[in-house]
Design a protein around this ligand. Structure first.
Ligand code: NAI
Length: 286
């Protein structure tokens, strides 16, 4: 039987989530995605109109099929958590059942179980502010959208995950080294995500035989990264200083995710796996 994957955080064809979906599809998995509610319309319209057809192309020449797109806002666990102004916001009012718990219930109803859960989402409203100037609300929002969202997805999807399954998130080296410009509590959020990867690996491994890993990815010109504002500089820095002097492609991260989700990685859990052309290993710039 082929595996089934749910990938949270796909809203265009530029980010890591899309590339992970493609690598998993190329390896034979069925693909379900969770798309941020305000981005749902444009994503589905673009998909339908063939705007992504070129980038849906798999190595064997076929096009990746996304079996179903679910609206998702990973900042809310259940309907009771959704504030009135969000519920009635016109970008949300057209969709239903998009809290984490409801999405897991919908996937269960539609498909029964999944094997692979991918978290490829982050948000930090004050990311461009240094931590010294970050508000409590901004910091907590970064943690909520970028760290607890993973905990919540794992909590809600584990009951429908087949034993032997695998979960993967995306992190960034700003969690452990100083990266000026990655502010607003986003560095703290990634540190929490990596710590939770270890603790959840223990809990989910013992209780459910599920593996939990995170990929520490190098810089990619995604929509989210462009919004931070220093992505071109980070790509140049990597080209200049990393052991492998080539631009990192999203596919390279996608392929690492497919490996981690596969039986080839059956003894790997609780790990932070660097997919960054080796930049993390450098001690000084050159
Ligand atoms: P992206 O823009 O393709 O993906 C981020 C996604 O998160 C978007 O689709 C956005 O709609 C979604 N999102 C934001 N808030 C959400 C919410 N509350 N509920 C549901 N979805 C929400 O950008 P990218 O860069 O591919 O990001 C994916 C992951 O990779 C993130 O965790 C990011 O921190 C991580 N990463 C990115 C790097 C880069 O240079 N682009 C480097 C290292 C890690």
């Amino acid at each position: 039987r082929g595996k089934r994957a749910f990938i949270a955080g796909v809203a265009d064809d530029n980010g890591y989530g899309w590339a992970i979906a493609k690598s998993l599809a190329a390896a034979g998995a069925e693909i379900l995605v969770g798309t941020w509610v305000p981005a749902l319309n444009i994503f589905e319209t673009s998909l339908r109109r063939g705007k992504f057809d070129e980038s849906r192309m798999l190595p064997d020449g076929s096009l990746m099929e996304i079996t179903k797109v679910y609206p998702l806002d990973a900042v809310y666990d259940c309907p009771e958590d959704v504030p009135e102004d969000v519920r009635t916001n016109k970008r949300y009012a057209g969709s239903t059942n998009w809290t984490v718990k409801e999405v897991a219930e919908s996937v269960k109803q539609d498909f029964g179980t999944i094997d692979i859960l991918v978290h490829s989402l982050a948000n930090g409203p004050e990311v461009s502010k240094p931590v010294l100037e970050t508000s409590r609300n901004g910091y907590l929002a970064a943690i909520s959208a970028s760290s607890y969202s993973f905990v919540s997805l794992v909590q809600n999807f584990i009951p429908i995950m087949n034993p032997g399954g695998s979960t993967i998130s995306l992190t960034y080296i700003a969690s452990e080294r100083i990266i000026p410009g990655y502010g607003g509590g986003m560095s703290s959020a990634k540190a929490a995500l990596e710590s939770d990867t270890r603790v959840l690996a223990f809990e989910a491994g013992r209780k459910h035989n599920i593996r939990v890993n995170t990929i520490s990815a190098g810089p990619l010109r995604s929509r989210a990264a462009k919004a931070i504002g220093f992505i071109d500089m980070m790509i140049d820095y990597s080209l200049q200083n990393a052991p492998l002097q080539k631009e990192l492609t999203a596919d390279e991260v996608g392929n690492a995710a497919a490996f981690l989700a596969s039986p080839l990685a059956s003894a790997i859990t609780g790990s932070v796996v660097y997919v960054d052309n080796g930049l993390n290993a450098m001690g000084v710039g050159v």
